[in-house]
Design a protein around this ligand. Structure first.
Ligand code: GLN
Length: 478
């Protein structure tokens, strides 16, 4: 029997004895063997541990036990998620030689659900970037067109699913790092509500914005993934102490009566091929019974500016811990200050240094009110504007990324051009609301376009419901 490719099918087949976790794993290892040297989705493939783990899952099934809802599903983890005894590099030289002494909460939950961890995926160094070109270990290629970027910062995780190296992967999203690479690689990517997934064991970039979420082939797989990794965790003080809804229950419900918002003052910048697909998404939803509602979100346009003050400010503080004493790399020098400086000079790449400098400046005496303080006020305005919009609609629809996957090197000389990739994704990080990207046909050069669905805090079910409708329609039209 052919090994199924979606996580839902794999888990069902492994649980019922229709296939084995070992067979599923070996099939994915064959795909990795065929294309990983070209794609470079992984910093590390944990072949031996994965084989042991898959055999243990099969032994459990044979003994009449249920390994859980992700039984035998090969899962790849972004290399900023802490895995006990397994190197966690953040694609940075500064963490060289470091392996965490513990598993992050999401990692433990995946293991308890029967998933088979297959490896750690490449990212922009410390998750700062939109193309995975900022990795200290070289870029990841887009499996759909290896001359193009996979997006970022979770480019390795998106590519791993798109290339069939893993049935499901996880990334982190601080300003779009799950949704944008999902769009560019043609897979589903979800940023849950801030606080839905514990950040315990996620290496911090900007703590008030960071959120873990899944990459999957289908919306149903995304719902399954959320059911496993979401939930209250006392180890993360920002984790939400709310019971979880059944994320899969609504997927077949259709969109009759759902109010879908169109943001009339959305910042311009999406390429025509992308804008056209988003228009088609509105048409499809309207035809399926949804009501399209025009709304204004005036603060949307300031999101990028506020983010590039708040995120670097938090990063400058979070990254102070990499000092040559506690983690990874140390470059020896005559005294302690010189050692700090030599270590950080050698260990951090150019983009990380740029963020630390920007953040330190924005927080410095005399500038704090003008920059950081003002950015916080924009964040408040943004939350008010979105809350008002969600009084009148259930979800909002926008492009995920302004363009399809772009060629290597096309934005590396111009940080602002790279930052503009995040125009449509950043606002939901600032407000904490959930948002996701669902593949919806193709644009320029036959490359995938992602439509972004945004919802109010804790409203993942209606977001997934709309995504499922677009997925059904895309299945018919592409
Ligand atoms: N591309 C954005 C940045 O560079 C977002 C990154 C992220 O979400 N981790 O900051």
């Amino acid at each position: 029997m052919a090994v199924p490719s979606t996580a839902t099918e794999i888990a069902a087949a492994v649980r019922s004895g229709g296939t084995t976790a070992v067979e599923v794993l070996e099939q994915h290892l064959v795909s990795i063997g065929e294309r990983e040297s070209e794609i470079h989705a992984f910093n590390l493939v944990t072949v031996d541990a994965a084989r042991e783990r898959a055999a243990a899952i099969d032994a459990a099934v044979a003994a009449g036990h249920d390994p859980g809802p992700l039984a035998g599903v090969p899962v790849a983890l972004k290399d900023n998620m802490c895995t006990r005894g397994v190197p966690t590099t953040c694609s940075s030289k500064i963490l060289e030689g470091w392996a965490p002494p513990y598993d992050g909460t999401a990692v433990s939950l995946l293991a308890s659900a029967g998933a088979v961890m297959i490896g750690k995926t490449n990212l922009d160094e410390f998750a700062m970037g939109s193309s995975t070109e900022n990795s200290a270990f070289g870029p990841t290629r887009n499996p759909l067109d290896p001359t193009r970027v996979p997006g970022g910062s979770s480019g390795g995780s998106a590519a791993a699913v798109a290339a069939g190296f893993a049935a499901m992967s996880f990334g982190s999203d601080t300003g779009g790092s799950i949704r944008q690479p999902a769009a560019l690689c043609g897979v589903v990517g979800v940023k849950p509500t801030y606080g839905r997934v514990s950040r315990y064991g996620l290496v911090a970039f900007a703590s008030s914005l960071d959120q873990i979420g899944p990459f999957t082939h289908t919306v149903a797989d995304a719902a399954l993934a959320l059911q496993v990794v979401c939930g209250h965790d006392p180890l993360d003080s920002t984790s939400i102490p709310e019971p979880l809804p059944d994320f899969s229950a609504v997927l077949d419900r259709g969109v009759d009566g759902v109010r879908v918002g169109r943001i009339t003052d959305l910042p311009a910048g999406a390429d025509p091929d992308v804008a056209e697909r988003v228009e088609l998404a509105f048409d499809v939803l309207r035809a399926a019974g949804a009501t399209i509602v025009d709304v204004e979100v005036p603060a949307f346009t300031y999101g990028l500016t506020a983010y590039y003050l708040i995120a670097p400010a938090e990063a400058s503080s979070n990254l102070a811990r990499y000092d040559g004493v506690r983690y990874g790399l140390r470059v020896d020098a005559d005294d302690t200050n010189a050692m700090y400086s030599a270590t950080r000079t050698a260990g951090f790449g150019a983009e990380v240094k740029r963020r630390i400098l920007l953040g330190t400046y924005a927080l410095s005496a005399g500038y704090y009110d003008a920059y950081y303080g003002k950015a916080l006020r924009i964040r408040r305005l943004m939350a008010n504007d979105f809350a008002a919009a969600y009084e009148r609609c259930d979800v909002l629809l926008t492009p995920t990324s302004p363009s399809v996957a772009f060629p290597f090197g096309s934005k590396t000389d111009n940080p602002l051009a790279m930052y503009l990739c995040d125009t449509y994704t950043i606002p939901s990080n600032l407000t904490g609301d959930p948002a996701m990207s669902v593949p919806f046909g193709t644009g320029a050069d036959g490359l995938p376009v992602g439509v972004q669905i945004l919802a109010h805090a804790l409203d993942e079910p209606v977001m997934l419901q709309v995504a499922a409708e677009l997925e059904r329609a895309a299945g018919g039209s592409t």
